[in-house]
Structures are given as C-alpha cells and as structure tokens.
Design a protein around this ligand. Structure first.
Ligand code: ADP
Ligand code: ADP
Length: 231
C-alpha cells in the first residue's frame, strides 16, 4: 500500500548545500500526505526527487516497490505516474489558451487525438474550469491559473499527484475550495496526493498523514492528531 517510499535520502546541490540529510518516508496509496516545514526545509528538493528530476546523492526512492530507473525511458514513464504541480503556476503554463495548456502533457505522451480530447475534457470538468477553455492563461486570476496547472497534470492521469504549496497565495475561501477539490479528486480517482505546506490549519482538515521537515530532516511524523499533539 506504499506507492512511494523514500529511504535515507540525501541530496547535495552542486554548490555544496546539503538539502536532504537522510529523509525516510512513505506515501500511502489513496491518501493525502502532507509535508510541513518552513522555507529551506527541503520540501521542494524532496518533491523533485519523487519524480526523478533530482537523482539522490545517496539513499533511494521506490515507486511501487521498485527503485527509480533514471534512464531516459525510466524517467519518461515515471513522470506519467508521478505528476508534479509547482508552486508558481506561471512556471508551468506557457501555451496560448487554457485548452492548449492542459493538452500539452497528453500530446507530449503521444496519445491519440481522441484520447487527448477525452482526458483534457475530463480534467477540465473535474477541476471546474471548462468555461475557461478558450481563455488565454495570462489573463486568468492566480487561483484560476493554479487550477489550470492542476488540470494539466491530471490530464496525464498520474497515480500520484504531488503539489508544492497548493494553497500559497490564495485567500481563505480559495484555500478551502482547492483543498476540498483535491480531496474529492483523491477519493473519486483513488489518487495518492502529496502536498507541501506551511499552512498547518489545512492539515487536520484535509490530510491523512503528516511529516514535518526541518533543515533537511524529518523531525516529526504521524496522523494530524499525533503531530499536533506535540505543539
Ligand atoms: P504503527 O507503526 O504504530 O502500527 P503507523 O505509524 O504505521 O502505526 O500508522 C498509524 C496510522 O497512520 C495507521 O492508520 C496507518 O495506516 C497510518 N499511516 C502510517 N503511515 C502513513 C502514511 N505515510 N500516509 C498515510 N497514513 C499513514
Ligand atoms: P523548501 O522547499 O522547504 O523551501 P528547498 O528544497 O527549496 O526547501 O531548499 C532546501 C535547501 O536547499 C535550502 O537551503 C535551499 O537554499 C537549498 N537549495 C534549493 N535549491 C537549490 C539550488 N538549486 N542550488 C543550491 N541550493 C539550493
């Protein structure tokens, strides 16, 4: 039931920054796992390690029990299964329209046109942005852009959806809307969801399990109840 396992992961950037110092964690199938921690704790580095973008300096990452394959083909396959939504939607959106943006991933996967259309429509529908499909992404609100970025990753039909700070920059209404939406998608699709956040309020409401990171290490883990009992 672990879809991803991280074992004693170390990552050192080329400038010598030791961003991950022996991180061990499990991502359970069909659950929402939160990774909490302040700026610089190592959350982004961890997430980029989950889909093979960063290759560990030491330790390992397993997807469905198998160690990640860092060959070109291995990485291409992995990125279909583990989709990442970055914190800043502008870094992820670059096509002329919402429809084109969401189609980018499935087209890149070389799926037949009909399948692309089906997936894109399903993703827009699920995220509630079908009415925006012909809009240029640059004229959307920040919250709408976030949704487009999520739909674009969903259209690739990943098994794990990893979101870096999905609630950052949203007002309280936007936060609860996006978290409820993610929860619904997780349940409907049996998706495994991983989010990073520094917003502790959302954890007991929308997450099943939490890891707290500090300076490249996991310093606390448990159900939201267990984790917050320590505060
Ligand atoms: P113990 O080791 O005491 O048996 P665990 O820490 O394995 O307990 O699990 C406690 C509860 O948290 C269980 O319900 C388990 O399914 C759940 N759990 C453990 N790890 C995770 C995780 N990474 N994601 C979601 N739920 C988890
Ligand atoms: P978080 O996402 O929790 O803010 P990061 O993973 O971005 O943490 O950063 C962890 C540490 O790695 C920080 O000290 C950060 O400055 C450093 N770091 C992040 N990206 C790079 C990079 N490209 N080169 C060098 N150091 C980096």
């Amino acid at each position: 039931e672990n879809i991803l396992e991280v074992k004693d992961l170390h990552y050192t950037y080329t400038d010598g920054t030791h961003a991950l110092k022996g991180v061990t964690l499990d991502i359970k199938q069909g659950m929402t796992t939160a990774v909490l921690g302040g700026n610089g704790a190592g959350k982004s580095t961890l997430f980029l390690s989950l889909n093979g973008t960063l290759k560990p300096t030491a330790g390992k990452v397993l997807f469905k029990g198998l160690q990640l394959d860092y060959s070109r083909k291995g990485l291409r396959d992995l990125r279909k299964s583990v989709g990442i939504v970055f914190q800043d939607p502008d870094s992820q959106l670059f096509s002329a329209s919402v429809l084109q943006d969401i189609s980018f991933g499935p087209i890149n996967m070389k799926l037949p046109e009909e399948e692309v259309r089906k997936r894109v429509n399903a993703a827009m529908d699920r995220i509630g942005i079908s009415h925006l499909k012909d809009k240029p992404t640059h004229c959307l609100s920040f919250g709408q852009k976030k949704r487009v970025a999520i739909a674009g990753v969903l259209a690739m039909e990943p098994e794990v959806l990893v979101l870096d700070e999905p609630t950052a920059g949203l007002d309280p209404m936007g936060v609860s809307e996006i978290m409820k939406l993610l929860r619904k998608i997780q349940k409907d699709l049996g998706l495994s969801v991983v989010i990073s956040t520094h917003d502790i309020d959302i954890v007991p409401l929308y997450c099943d399990y939490a890891y707290v990171m500090d300076q490249g290490r996991i310093v606390l883990e448990g159900t939201p109840k267990e984790v917050f009992a320590h505060r």
